[in-house]
Design a protein around this ligand. Structure first.
Ligand SMILES: [Zn+2]
Length: 181
């Protein structure tokens, strides 16, 4: 099992490169380009192209060098921990919320993040019966949102549950011991 907190972990260091879809020009096949806002990222527009399910692979032998350069220069994206941290900031202040924010800043693993799943699925993953702090509020938030999102964070011996209302309301944070599934 990996150690937590992770030595030297930071939001800045954990940011991820932007990823792009892959496409090829129909009249110049064999070269992958990154999908840009209009046509290819390297600026080819107005020519028929086919997009693929796989992502653009920068620096691959069949990849356009200009697209590779532009993909590398694109702004990095926040890690899962940073994105969840920014959502949890809106939760009601309290010891559990603050401990979760601190854990996310140290790289605690986000094991699950469901956005607006079916209520039965959410209840299954929430495991409300295992929570020891904030269980009532979490159950209430789950019951009152039409399509609640759910995130689960594991930090040491603790499991945090975050209920994310789909109406932009404040997230609700609960906590319990980490148990085997
Ligand atoms: Zn290109």
């Amino acid at each position: 099992m990996s150690q937590f907190p992770y030595e030297g972990w930071s939001f800045a260091g954990a940011r991820e490169p932007s990823r792009f879809g892959a496409c090829q020009l129909d009249d110049a096949p064999g070269v992958d380009h990154a999908v840009g806002p209009r046509g290819t990222l390297c600026g080819i527009t107005g020519r028929p192209l086919t997009t693929y399910r796989h992502l653009f692979a920068p620096s691959a032998p069949h990849s356009c060098p200009r697209c590779t350069d532009l993909a590398a220069a694109a702004p990095t994206q926040p890690s899962t921990q940073e994105r969840l941290h920014d959502r949890v900031l809106a939760a009601a202040p309290g010891e559990v919320r603050d401990a979760l924010l601190a854990a996310l800043r140290r790289g605690a693993a986000v094991r699950l993040w469901l956005d607006g799943p079916a209520a039965t699925l959410t209840a299954h993953y929430a495991r409300l019966g295992e929570l020891t702090e904030g269980a009532g509020a979490a159950a209430g938030a789950l019951a009152s949102a039409a399509r609640p999102g759910l995130a689960e964070v594991e930090a040491g011996e603790l499991r945090y549950l975050v209920v994310l209302p789909d109406d932009g309301g404040a997230p609700v944070v609960a906590r319990g011991p980490r148990t085997a599934r």
